[in-house]
Design a protein around this ligand. Sequence first.
Ligand SMILES: [Zn+2]
Length: 117
Amino acid sequence: MPTWAKAPDFADQPRTLARVREATATDREDYLRSGLCLIQCGRCGIRVLAKKNSPQHTSIQWTTDGTRQCAALATRAAGEVVESCPDLQASIDSAARDGRLAMPREPGDTNGNRRAG
Ligand SMILES: [Zn+2]
């Protein structure tokens, strides 16, 4: 029997399958168009979509898997809000420095925060 007839290896790994689906080319184009960038946490390896709203503010879109896998989020107390884990924040900062995470064209153009600059 030819082995190619077998189902892909992902078949028994629903999580991996879901991740592959999330990363379809169409989705990726949407991410890019809206300024989102895939960032991987240096510690737990989860991936989130991050977007720079200003040099000081980054919005993060978590996937359901991400909130379960990230150690910082998984260990939070019930009701506690955790924006992100420190390692993920470090990865985002480094991506911003590398230019992988696009910066807004007009930094500081939000809610009168100009004084800080
Ligand atoms: Zn993490």
